[in-house]
Design a protein around this ligand. Structure first.
Ligand SMILES: [Zn+2]
Length: 255
Protein backbone atom coordinates (compact mmCIF):
# COMPACT_ATOMS: atom_id res chain seq x y z
CA UNK A 1 0.00 0.00 0.00
CA UNK A 2 1.37 3.42 -0.79
CA UNK A 3 2.22 5.68 2.15
CA UNK A 4 -0.49 8.19 1.36
CA UNK A 5 -3.20 5.50 1.43
CA UNK A 6 -1.87 4.19 4.75
CA UNK A 7 -1.94 7.67 6.19
CA UNK A 8 -5.52 8.22 5.08
CA UNK A 9 -6.60 4.91 6.59
CA UNK A 10 -4.77 5.67 9.82
CA UNK A 11 -6.53 9.01 10.05
CA UNK A 12 -9.93 7.49 9.27
CA UNK A 13 -9.73 4.51 11.62
CA UNK A 14 -10.74 6.31 14.82
CA UNK A 15 -13.80 7.71 13.03
CA UNK A 16 -14.71 4.38 11.47
CA UNK A 17 -14.67 2.64 14.82
CA UNK A 18 -17.24 5.18 16.05
CA UNK A 19 -19.70 4.75 13.25
CA UNK A 20 -20.76 2.64 10.38
CA UNK A 21 -23.23 0.09 11.37
CA UNK A 22 -25.51 0.38 8.40
CA UNK A 23 -29.07 0.57 9.48
CA UNK A 24 -31.97 0.82 7.07
CA UNK A 25 -34.29 3.74 7.57
CA UNK A 26 -37.67 2.14 8.03
CA UNK A 27 -39.90 4.42 6.00
CA UNK A 28 -37.38 6.65 4.35
CA UNK A 29 -36.25 3.89 2.02
CA UNK A 30 -32.65 5.04 2.33
CA UNK A 31 -29.82 3.78 4.42
CA UNK A 32 -28.45 5.91 7.20
CA UNK A 33 -25.58 5.41 9.57
CA UNK A 34 -25.66 5.00 13.30
CA UNK A 35 -22.63 4.49 15.51
CA UNK A 36 -21.62 0.88 16.15
CA UNK A 37 -20.67 1.94 19.64
CA UNK A 38 -23.64 4.29 19.74
CA UNK A 39 -25.69 2.45 22.32
CA UNK A 40 -23.09 2.63 25.06
CA UNK A 41 -22.04 6.11 24.00
CA UNK A 42 -25.52 7.56 24.26
CA UNK A 43 -26.35 5.68 27.43
CA UNK A 44 -23.27 7.13 29.08
CA UNK A 45 -23.92 10.62 27.80
CA UNK A 46 -27.57 10.73 28.80
CA UNK A 47 -28.10 7.94 31.35
CA UNK A 48 -31.60 8.99 32.41
CA UNK A 49 -32.68 10.19 29.01
CA UNK A 50 -31.91 7.39 26.54
CA UNK A 51 -32.66 3.70 27.02
CA UNK A 52 -31.73 0.74 24.83
CA UNK A 53 -32.29 -1.74 27.63
CA UNK A 54 -32.40 -1.83 31.40
CA UNK A 55 -29.76 -3.41 33.58
CA UNK A 56 -31.33 -6.14 35.66
CA UNK A 57 -31.02 -9.83 36.46
CA UNK A 58 -34.78 -10.11 36.82
CA UNK A 59 -36.44 -12.07 34.02
CA UNK A 60 -38.45 -9.21 32.62
CA UNK A 61 -38.53 -7.58 29.17
CA UNK A 62 -40.46 -4.71 27.60
CA UNK A 63 -42.48 -5.28 24.43
CA UNK A 64 -42.81 -2.34 22.07
CA UNK A 65 -44.84 -1.96 18.89
CA UNK A 66 -44.19 0.81 16.38
CA UNK A 67 -45.95 2.59 13.52
CA UNK A 68 -49.60 1.91 14.44
CA UNK A 69 -52.34 2.19 15.26
CA UNK A 70 -53.61 -0.14 12.56
CA UNK A 71 -57.30 -1.09 12.29
CA UNK A 72 -56.70 -4.86 12.16
CA UNK A 73 -53.11 -5.66 13.21
CA UNK A 74 -53.21 -3.62 16.41
CA UNK A 75 -56.38 -5.29 17.75
CA UNK A 76 -54.95 -8.69 16.75
CA UNK A 77 -51.78 -7.96 18.73
CA UNK A 78 -53.82 -6.71 21.69
CA UNK A 79 -55.75 -9.99 21.70
CA UNK A 80 -52.51 -12.00 21.78
CA UNK A 81 -51.10 -9.87 24.60
CA UNK A 82 -54.31 -10.25 26.57
CA UNK A 83 -54.35 -14.04 26.13
CA UNK A 84 -50.77 -14.25 27.41
CA UNK A 85 -51.18 -11.80 30.30
CA UNK A 86 -48.55 -9.61 28.66
CA UNK A 87 -48.43 -5.86 28.06
CA UNK A 88 -46.61 -3.56 25.73
CA UNK A 89 -45.86 0.02 24.78
CA UNK A 90 -47.31 1.19 21.46
CA UNK A 91 -45.31 3.95 19.79
CA UNK A 92 -47.97 5.44 17.58
CA UNK A 93 -47.74 7.75 14.59
CA UNK A 94 -49.91 10.87 14.84
CA UNK A 95 -51.25 10.58 11.31
CA UNK A 96 -52.53 7.08 12.03
CA UNK A 97 -54.01 8.23 15.33
CA UNK A 98 -56.15 10.68 13.36
CA UNK A 99 -57.63 7.80 11.35
CA UNK A 100 -58.06 5.27 14.14
CA UNK A 101 -58.58 7.03 17.47
CA UNK A 102 -60.78 4.18 18.73
CA UNK A 103 -57.80 1.80 18.46
CA UNK A 104 -55.87 4.04 20.86
CA UNK A 105 -58.61 3.64 23.41
CA UNK A 106 -58.47 -0.13 22.96
CA UNK A 107 -54.72 -0.10 23.57
CA UNK A 108 -54.92 1.64 26.93
CA UNK A 109 -58.10 -0.10 28.06
CA UNK A 110 -56.14 -3.32 28.44
CA UNK A 111 -53.36 -1.79 30.53
CA UNK A 112 -50.95 -1.19 27.67
CA UNK A 113 -49.08 2.04 27.23
CA UNK A 114 -48.77 4.69 24.50
CA UNK A 115 -45.63 6.40 23.32
CA UNK A 116 -44.93 9.15 20.80
CA UNK A 117 -43.49 8.10 17.41
CA UNK A 118 -43.95 11.58 15.81
CA UNK A 119 -46.79 12.73 13.58
CA UNK A 120 -45.43 11.91 10.12
CA UNK A 121 -42.55 9.51 10.80
CA UNK A 122 -39.91 11.85 9.33
CA UNK A 123 -36.23 11.17 8.88
CA UNK A 124 -34.04 12.38 11.72
CA UNK A 125 -32.88 15.38 9.70
CA UNK A 126 -36.49 16.47 9.24
CA UNK A 127 -37.62 15.81 12.79
CA UNK A 128 -38.98 19.02 14.27
CA UNK A 129 -40.38 20.02 17.64
CA UNK A 130 -43.77 20.35 15.94
CA UNK A 131 -43.58 16.69 14.77
CA UNK A 132 -43.22 15.61 18.40
CA UNK A 133 -45.67 18.05 19.97
CA UNK A 134 -48.44 17.44 17.43
CA UNK A 135 -48.27 13.67 18.07
CA UNK A 136 -48.50 14.35 21.82
CA UNK A 137 -51.53 16.54 21.27
CA UNK A 138 -53.30 13.96 19.12
CA UNK A 139 -52.74 11.29 21.76
CA UNK A 140 -53.85 13.61 24.54
CA UNK A 141 -57.00 14.63 22.65
CA UNK A 142 -58.05 10.99 22.37
CA UNK A 143 -56.94 9.58 25.71
CA UNK A 144 -56.48 12.51 28.10
CA UNK A 145 -52.86 11.45 28.64
CA UNK A 146 -49.72 13.04 27.29
CA UNK A 147 -47.03 10.43 26.59
CA UNK A 148 -43.64 10.73 28.24
CA UNK A 149 -41.88 8.13 26.08
CA UNK A 150 -40.62 9.01 22.62
CA UNK A 151 -39.20 6.70 20.00
CA UNK A 152 -37.50 8.43 17.07
CA UNK A 153 -38.40 7.05 13.61
CA UNK A 154 -35.80 4.60 12.37
CA UNK A 155 -34.18 4.56 15.79
CA UNK A 156 -31.75 7.32 14.86
CA UNK A 157 -30.41 9.59 17.53
CA UNK A 158 -28.50 12.86 17.64
CA UNK A 159 -27.64 15.67 20.03
CA UNK A 160 -30.36 17.74 18.45
CA UNK A 161 -32.89 14.98 19.12
CA UNK A 162 -31.76 14.76 22.75
CA UNK A 163 -32.30 18.50 23.12
CA UNK A 164 -35.70 18.28 21.41
CA UNK A 165 -36.80 15.40 23.59
CA UNK A 166 -35.78 17.25 26.77
CA UNK A 167 -37.53 20.37 25.63
CA UNK A 168 -40.75 18.48 24.87
CA UNK A 169 -40.56 16.48 28.11
CA UNK A 170 -39.75 13.04 26.72
CA UNK A 171 -37.45 10.16 27.46
CA UNK A 172 -36.00 8.43 24.39
CA UNK A 173 -36.81 4.75 24.19
CA UNK A 174 -34.63 2.95 21.68
CA UNK A 175 -34.51 -0.84 21.55
CA UNK A 176 -32.12 -3.71 22.22
CA UNK A 177 -30.34 -4.37 18.95
CA UNK A 178 -29.62 -8.06 19.33
CA UNK A 179 -33.32 -8.87 19.67
CA UNK A 180 -34.35 -6.73 16.71
CA UNK A 181 -36.00 -9.23 14.36
CA UNK A 182 -36.65 -6.54 11.73
CA UNK A 183 -40.17 -7.90 11.44
CA UNK A 184 -41.06 -4.97 9.16
CA UNK A 185 -38.92 -6.64 6.46
CA UNK A 186 -41.22 -9.68 6.70
CA UNK A 187 -38.38 -12.19 7.10
CA UNK A 188 -40.74 -15.07 7.99
CA UNK A 189 -42.41 -16.05 11.24
CA UNK A 190 -39.67 -18.47 12.22
CA UNK A 191 -36.93 -15.87 11.75
CA UNK A 192 -38.81 -13.31 13.84
CA UNK A 193 -39.34 -15.84 16.63
CA UNK A 194 -35.77 -17.16 16.62
CA UNK A 195 -34.12 -13.75 16.64
CA UNK A 196 -35.97 -12.82 19.80
CA UNK A 197 -36.08 -16.07 21.76
CA UNK A 198 -32.46 -17.00 20.97
CA UNK A 199 -30.99 -13.65 22.05
CA UNK A 200 -33.26 -12.35 24.77
CA UNK A 201 -31.76 -11.20 28.07
CA UNK A 202 -33.28 -9.71 31.21
CA UNK A 203 -34.07 -6.00 30.76
CA UNK A 204 -34.26 -6.08 26.97
CA UNK A 205 -36.53 -3.72 25.08
CA UNK A 206 -38.00 -5.74 22.20
CA UNK A 207 -39.17 -3.95 19.07
CA UNK A 208 -41.94 -5.19 16.77
CA UNK A 209 -44.31 -3.37 14.42
CA UNK A 210 -48.11 -3.24 14.34
CA UNK A 211 -48.28 -0.69 11.50
CA UNK A 212 -46.48 0.68 8.47
CA UNK A 213 -47.18 -2.32 6.23
CA UNK A 214 -48.42 -5.91 6.29
CA UNK A 215 -47.83 -7.28 9.77
CA UNK A 216 -49.43 -10.72 9.67
CA UNK A 217 -46.03 -12.38 10.29
CA UNK A 218 -45.62 -10.32 13.45
CA UNK A 219 -49.12 -11.21 14.61
CA UNK A 220 -48.41 -14.90 14.07
CA UNK A 221 -44.96 -14.81 15.62
CA UNK A 222 -46.06 -13.04 18.78
CA UNK A 223 -47.92 -15.90 20.53
CA UNK A 224 -44.97 -18.25 19.86
CA UNK A 225 -42.55 -15.70 21.32
CA UNK A 226 -44.74 -15.04 24.35
CA UNK A 227 -45.23 -18.75 25.08
CA UNK A 228 -41.50 -19.37 24.87
CA UNK A 229 -40.63 -16.42 27.10
CA UNK A 230 -43.29 -17.38 29.66
CA UNK A 231 -41.99 -20.94 29.76
CA UNK A 232 -38.56 -19.54 30.63
CA UNK A 233 -39.96 -17.36 33.37
CA UNK A 234 -39.94 -14.00 31.57
CA UNK A 235 -42.57 -11.38 32.28
CA UNK A 236 -43.44 -9.26 29.24
CA UNK A 237 -44.46 -5.76 30.19
CA UNK A 238 -44.66 -2.15 29.00
CA UNK A 239 -41.60 0.08 29.14
CA UNK A 240 -42.87 2.01 32.17
CA UNK A 241 -43.57 -1.24 33.98
CA UNK A 242 -40.04 -2.43 33.16
CA UNK A 243 -38.70 0.79 34.68
CA UNK A 244 -40.94 0.47 37.72
CA UNK A 245 -40.01 -3.15 38.41
CA UNK A 246 -36.30 -2.47 38.02
CA UNK A 247 -36.38 0.84 39.94
CA UNK A 248 -35.13 2.84 37.00
CA UNK A 249 -35.37 6.58 37.38
CA UNK A 250 -36.16 8.31 34.15
CA UNK A 251 -36.00 12.04 33.75
CA UNK A 252 -39.24 13.70 34.73
CA UNK A 253 -41.24 15.69 32.24
CA UNK A 254 -39.93 19.21 31.71
CA UNK A 255 -42.43 21.74 30.55
ZN1 LIG B 1 -41.30 3.67 12.94
Amino acid sequence: MNPLASLIIALLLPCLSQMDTLKPDIWGGGVSRIPASGQQLWEERAPHQVFFHVKTTKRIVALTFDDGPHPSYTPAILAVLHAHHAHGTFFVVGNEVKHYPHILREIIRDGNELGNHTSNHPKLSQLTEKEIRSCDELIEDVTGFRPVLLRPPGGHISDRLLTLSRKTGHVLIMWTWDVDAKDWMKPGIRTIVQKIVDHVDPGDIIILHDGGGKRSQTVEALPIILSDLARRGYACVSVSELFRQTHIQREGPQK
